[in-house]
Ligand binder design. Structure first.
Ligand code: NAP
Length: 348
């Protein structure tokens, strides 16, 4: 077993980490860190538990520690669910000694930090060696993308592998949990939607191309098509929905695109990693699916559900579909845990 800890353990994503790490066959959760507001309290007192599942007995009495490398003790991997500004300051300090598997955006676009979805670009983990050399660290930082980018990119990958993409438009309907526990006031979102999520469109547009890019002698060359995103917050608790419009360079058969998505598998499936969904992308034919409440938990929340896959008659060589992905599982905690499982399998 590898001892692991969670930074930002009391937050929305931190709680998902705790839920997913309970009974994990390879990772033993021993350390929980948060802000000085929580440090020194037992976890059951520090956290305002919001998940449907019960708070695991095993964490209730763990004393929350300060987010400082001197406080975390005997761990090998730290999962980070810290706000980006805090992550930028502390994750490099942790990486001097520990492996940091981070959800935060702070380090994602650093040239020597792998931004990875294990089914899409596991080879980017080769950057770890360069990172350790550049920075003189014994540990390292690996990041996963933003929650809406992960779901989009998982569905684009089987298309990108088989066709030449000209451009992608995506319009999101994102759950409130994506903004953190105190992120969106109820008075702003009930009976309403908010057509702006700070920084989200830029993240979707750059991270998607980065993930589908190539690692060329230690440098990531982003994919060469256009992505245009419009992001919106809607009154759904968990599960991001995205309407995706794709223009290809050439003609295509819809059934071949469907087949490519349905049969898509990556390294985690080949290696049989514990948190890997059997099918990363599941295609449904019902005309009123996917829906967040019904489809976000598919395969433990780790599979993305696609529906309404159809040709787009308005433009040449174009198709469109709707997807649902669980933002705090596949889009956050589950993504980091799958990265760590891959690292354990191929690097440790
Ligand atoms: P959150 O609910 O607001 O939780 C923030 C966590 O960080 C809490 O544990 C908090 O501890 C801790 N924290 C705050 N200030 C701190 C400080 N100065 N020092 C140490 N710890 C501090 O946020 P979240 O939604 O879980 O998001 C966490 C990170 O994951 C963010 O970077 C976010 O962008 C990213 N992310 C979130 C999602 C999602 O769907 N929610 C998806 C992908 C990525 P206290 O309780 O002690 O204040």
């Amino acid at each position: 077993m590898v001892n692991v800890g969670v930074l930002g353990a009391t937050g929305m994503v931190g709680q998902r980490f705790i839920e997913m790490l309970e009974n994990h066959p390879e990772f033993e959760l021993t350390t929980l860190a948060a802000s000085s507001r929580s440090a020194g309290k037992p976890y059951s007192e520090a956290a305002n538990w919001y998940l449907d599942s019960e708070m695991p007995e095993s964490v209730r009495d763990i004393e929350v520690v300060e987010t400082d490398p001197s406080s975390v003790g005997d761990v090998e991997i730290l999962f980070s669910a810290l706000p980006a500004d805090i992550a930028r300051k502390v994750e490099p300090r942790f990486a001097e000694k520990y492996i940091v598997a981070s959800n935060a955006s702070a380090m994602r676009m650093e040239p020597d930090v792998p931004l990875v979805i294990p089914e899409v670009n596991p080879e980017f983990l080769d950057l770890i060696e360069l990172q350790q050399k550049n920075r003189g660290w014994d540990g390292f930082i690996v990041t996963n993308p933003n929650c809406s980018t992960i779901a989009l990119t998982l569905t684009l990958k089987p298309i990108y592998d088989n066709y030449s993409i000209r451009r992608v438009y995506v319009s999101t309907m994102q759950a409130v949990s994506g903004a953190g526990y105190s992120g969106v006031p109820s008075m702003a979102i009930l009976d309403n939607l908010v057509p702006f999520i700070g920084g989200e469109e830029e993240k979707m547009e750059t991270e998607t191309l980065h993930l589908l890019g190539e690692l060329d002698e230690g440098v990531v060359r982003p994919a060469g098509f256009g992505v245009s995103a419009s992001c919106h917050r809607v009154p759904v608790v968990d599960g991001h929905t995205e309407a995706v419009f794709i223009e290809l360079e050439d003609e295509f058969e819809l059934k071949d695109v469907r087949e490519a998505m349905e049969t898509f598998q990556g390294l985690p499936q080949k290696l049989g990693l514990y948190s890997a969904p059997e099918k990363p992308v599941v295609v449904m034919d019902e005309e009123n699916r996917p829906q967040p409440r019904m489809d976000r938990d598919r395969d433990g929340g780790m599979a993305v559900t696609v529906g309404r896959l159809r040709e787009d008659a308005a433009f040449e060589n174009s198709l469109r579909y709707v997807l649902v992905g669980h933002n705090t599982i596949r889009g956050a905690a589950g993504a980091s845990i799958l990265n760590a499982e891959l690292i354990k399998e191929i690097i440790l």
